[in-house]
Design a protein around this ligand. Structure first.
Ligand code: SAM
Ligand code: DTB
Ligand code: SF4
Length: 345
């Protein structure tokens, strides 16, 4: 088949086919879960002609999922702002003047009211985010009460609270936490340009603690931070060579927030974002890939391409943590027009 193709497509396919037995076009093992993805293999996927990449991602998507199903999560910032970290993208870092006011941890009742509303509007998972570097043990106790309450409503639970010790992860598991979100954000070599108050290894250590505790891992990153193509390949290669793939992989498009160091950077090329989703889908075939932050400013056509590329989850509701997300009516209308429906739990 390769011989009948135009030269550039043939070259790209041959380069992928010759990368190894178990890569993209591995006849015996399509959609195989591998944890030994090399940077070169991931780079070669990014370099495929767009139709070829999309076809392969869509093919692999169908092997493990119903491509018409989208998992629906709703976010709530349970503790907003005042964070001591220096993540260059983040409106909640205390050191940047972004207009986000530091607040205390929300009361249990108020969190449960939001969770009830999320369930009523069709979400299957409720994700609670806190602007902490790492929670204190008494913070974890408070969040555990929230997890118990949200779970009792019949929702899946997710939390993102910063770095955890193994004991804190075990405590969260005991409370019934289903998922923990902790992003690697970018490649190991670009990380230091974005965050200096913690290391990539700190992130990996928390991911280990979460995995060890038996909590599902939600881990992905951000594109559009001024990173290079090599960094996007490095990020996906790192995620796809973790000992177990994250069950959930959020791919965020940077939301540029005035006052953060990354505000005012160049707008990111939408098709390169779609490619990142497709490569994540191919490298982590059984993971749910979330089209995460950045949809507010994304065309419906780009979002549709992301679903075609294998994205099968979104954040639903008019607010992410502190920034806007499309309204529920707009999203339901989009899913409806695309013939997509909420994923059964
Ligand atoms: N403080 C915790 C932490 O950093 O892990 C939890 C909350 S933090 C806001 C969760 C994730 O949101 C970050 O890891 C980052 O990937 C994402 N995020 C934050 N600001 C963003 C922005 N402006 N655009 C896109 N993603 C963003
Ligand atoms: C993730 O990967 N993206 C979400 C969630 N995990 C916690 C957060 C996006 C935050 C966007 C900026 C804000 O709203 O503050
Ligand atoms: Fe703090 Fe998390 Fe924002 Fe970094 S991403 S500044 S750790 S809230």
């Amino acid at each position: 088949m390769v011989n009948g193709l135009v030269p550039s497509l043939r070259e790209a396919m041959v380069s992928v086919m010759t990368l190894g037995e178990s890569t993209l076009h591995s006849p015996g093992n399509p959609g195989l879960v591998r944890n030994d993805w090399t940077r070169a293999e991931v780079r070669a996927l990014f370099a495929l002609p767009f139709p070829e990449l999309m076809f392969e991602a869509a093919r692999i998507h169908r092997m493990h999922f119903d491509p018409a199903e989208v998992q629906i999560s709703t976010l709530l910032s349970i503790k907003t702002g005042g964070c001591p970290e220096d993540c260059a993208y983040c409106p909640q870092a205390a050191r940047y003047d972004t207009g986000v006011k530091a607040e205390k941890l929300m009361a249990l009742g108020a969190v449960l009211d939001e969770a009830r509303a999320a369930k009523a509007s069709g979400a299957s998972r409720f994700c609670m985010g806190a602007a902490w570097r790492s929670p204190k043990d008494r913070d974890v106790e408070n969040v555990c009460e929230m997890v118990e309450g949200v779970k009792a409503l019949g929702l899946e639970t997710c939390a993102t609270l910063g770095m955890l010790t193994p004991a804190q992860a075990a405590r969260l598991k005991q409370s019934g936490l289903d998922y923990y979100n902790h992003n690697l954000d970018t490649s190991p070599e670009f990380y230091g340009e974005i965050v200096t108050t913690r290391t990539y290894q700190d992130r990996l250590d928390t991911l280990d603690a979460v995995r060890e505790a038996g909590i599902n891992v939600c881990c992905g990153g951000i594109v559009g931070m001024g990173e290079g193509a090599e960094d996007r390949a490095g990020m996906i290669a790192t995620l796809a060579s973790l000992p177990v793939h994250p069950e959930s992989v959020p791919i965020n498009m940077l939301v540029q927030v005035e006052g953060t160091p990354l505000a005012g950077g160049e707008k990111f090329e939408p098709l390169e974002f779609v490619r990142t989703i497709a490569v994540a889908r191919i490298c982590m075939p059984k993971s749910v890939v979330r089209l995460s932050a950045g949809r507010e400013d994304m065309s419906e056509e780009t979002q549709a391409l992301c679903f075609l590329a294998g994205a099968n989850s979104i954040f639903y509701g008019p607010k992410l943590l502190t920034t806007p997300n499309p309204g529920r009516d707009r999203d339901m209308a989009l899913l409806d027009r695309l013939g997509l429906r909420p994923m059964e739990r």
